[in-house]
Design a protein around this ligand. Structure first.
Ligand code: AMP
Ligand code: ZN
Length: 490
């Protein structure tokens, strides 16, 4: 069997994976900024790292997987002067910023669980690690790579570049990286346009604020990840991941901060997952070119003519390599649905196959090797899936009486098919009748809410309250908001 190789974005090469500590892996992946519902593009990145997490565990590594929640400091346009995304949403919805963070953190968990994504080992929040972030800033100032102006602290990129070189991940020089006007927008108090904020002094009305030696303020987005990764994984760890759109400036800045503080490059292997596109454009919250997983699953969207279930969407995502761009379309989803059915039918067929004296028509040992080789080659799930389809062909031909399988080979085939399907690819087979019941219940609750709305409009508050209380007894909690009534069930 081949050794595990991974494509290290830092060196631009596939490398044999050698963990720092034998049999253990420390992995950090940038988590979501919780100011909106996660779209399917975000989910693709987390499904990609779920595959990697699952496979590393399968290989026997003890994996400490840290994935953060960004609940402060990620400003609009990824800049140092935009509005905090969470604060902006809180103003629009007229709720506390922490209510925004709570609501969309729950949405994030619920959405990922639809796709059978395993929880990480540690899920730290940025607001829960303000002390660590302040300590890290102090360290960087002490080393001479950051400076304070009017209560804000900035990282001195040019000074760092002189000693260590900024841009080693993207392999670009500072001038190339900052040639674009967006990256240079707004200098404010900074010494140089390339500098970035480690700590920002909060304006009077800015309610997300914490005391610090420099001002009442809030931390910079890049700093959060450096503070949380080093706290849980140490100053040097094995794998850092995230979407490819985070390479610059976010990951370049993470490297700079850690190296300035500790005089050591923080990460051995940088892994970047590529983007999911819709109509060949990046799926993104800010441009509106996105689709929510729930809208695909319930079929209520403007893109696809029928509902597609979550396992099929996960399968569709894993049919592309994590480093390739993947465009979602009706045609591609329907092809995945067909393929997924073929695979699950074959798994059921496998349960009823009768073994023969010998295996004819298939080399199980070589097949198993090819499956592992594909995953060991930078987690190549599409090649793994094509190998699973070779097994499907074989299973169908046994069923048709054209091939046969020995008792030992049948055992290996059955075990490995299940291992790759359920454990490593993380796929599931959902009972169709459960899905129908769930969608019917949803329709029924909406019907009841419609009648409650009618009684409220007629000022019959007694009836509307009875409906609310009775639903609450069933664990269905109604929320009346400015944009209408919605519900949560438990
Ligand atoms: P955000 O909440 O915007 O910070 O994004 C959370 C994660 O989703 C990051 O790792 C992004 O790189 C990733 N991401 C954002 N858009 C896409 C996309 N269209 N396809 C894949 N990953 C994405
Ligand atoms: Zn990050």
């Amino acid at each position: 069997m081949q050794q595990l190789k991974l494509f290290n974005s830092y060196t631009g090469k596939k490398e044999i994976f050698k963990p720092i500590k034998k049999n253990s892996v420390g992995m950090y992946v940038c988590g979501p900024t919780v100011y909106n519902n996660v779209h399917l593009g975000n989910c693709r990145t987390f499904i990609s790292f779920d595959l990697i997490f699952r496979y590393l565990k399968h290989l026997g590594y003890k994996v400490k997987y840290v994935r953060n929640i960004t609940d402060v400091g990620h400003l609009e346009n990824d800049s140092d002067f935009g509005e905090d995304r969470i604060l902006k949403k809180a103003k629009i919805d007229k709720i506390e910023p922490m209510e925004v963070a709570q609501k969309y953190t729950i949405d994030f968990y619920e959405t990922l669980s639809l796709f059978n994504v395993l929880p990480p080992s540690i899920e730290p929040t940025a607001t829960g690690h303000i002390i660590e972030q302040i300590e890290l800033i102090k360290k960087i100032i002490k080393k001479g790579f950051a400076y304070e102006v009017n209560g804000s602290v900035y990282f001195d990129v040019l000074k760092y570049d002189n000693k260590y070189k900024y841009g080693t991940l993207t392999n670009k020089k500072i001038d190339e990286l900052f040639s674009n006007s967006r990256e240079l927008s707004g200098q404010g108090d900074k010494k140089n346009l390339q500098d970035f904020a480690l700590w920002k002094k909060a304006e009077k009305k800015h309610i997300m604020r914490w005391p610090s030696p420099w001002s009442d303020g809030f931390p910079g987005w890049h700093l959060e990840c450096s503070a949380m990764s080093s706290k849980y994984l140490g100053n040097k760890f094995d794998i850092h991941g995230g979407g490819i759109d985070l390479k610059f400036p976010h990951h370049e800045c993470e490297i700079a901060q850690c190296e300035a503080a500790n005089d050591i490059k923080p990460v051995n292997y940088w892994l970047h997952a590529n983007m999911l596109t819709l109509n060949n454009k990046k799926m993104s919250k800010s441009t509106g070119n996105n689709i929510l997983p729930g809208e695909i699953i319930n079929g209520k969207n403007n893109f696809f003519s029928k509902p597609i279930n979550a396992e099929v969407i996960r399968f569709f995502i894993l049919q592309a390599h994590y480093r390739s761009v993947l465009d979602i379309s009706e045609k591609a989803l329907l092809a995945s649905e067909k393929g997924f059915k073929k695979l699950t039918d074959s798994l059921s067929l496998l349960e009823n196959i009768k073994p023969s004296d010998k295996t004819i028509g298939f080399d199980i040992e070589n097949w198993e090797k090819l499956c592992y080789d594909s995953m060991n080659d930078d987690f190549n799930s599409p090649i793994l899936i094509s190998n699973l389809f070779s097994a499907v062909k074989f299973i169908n031909s046994i069923n048709d009486g054209k091939s046969s399988v020995s008792i030992n080979d049948l055992k290996v085939l059955s075990e490995k098919m299940k291992l790759f399907f359920f454990e490593i690819l993380g796929l599931k087979i959902t009972n169709k009748s459960d899905e129908n019941i769930n969608s019917k219940t949803d329709d029924l609750i909406k019907l009841i809410l419609k009648y409650r709305e009618k009684s409220r409009n007629e000022r019959d508050f007694k009836t509307s309250d009875i409906i609310r209380d009775d639903l609450e007894k069933l664990g269905i909690i109604i929320n009346d908001t400015e944009s209408g009534t919605n519900y949560n069930s438990n």
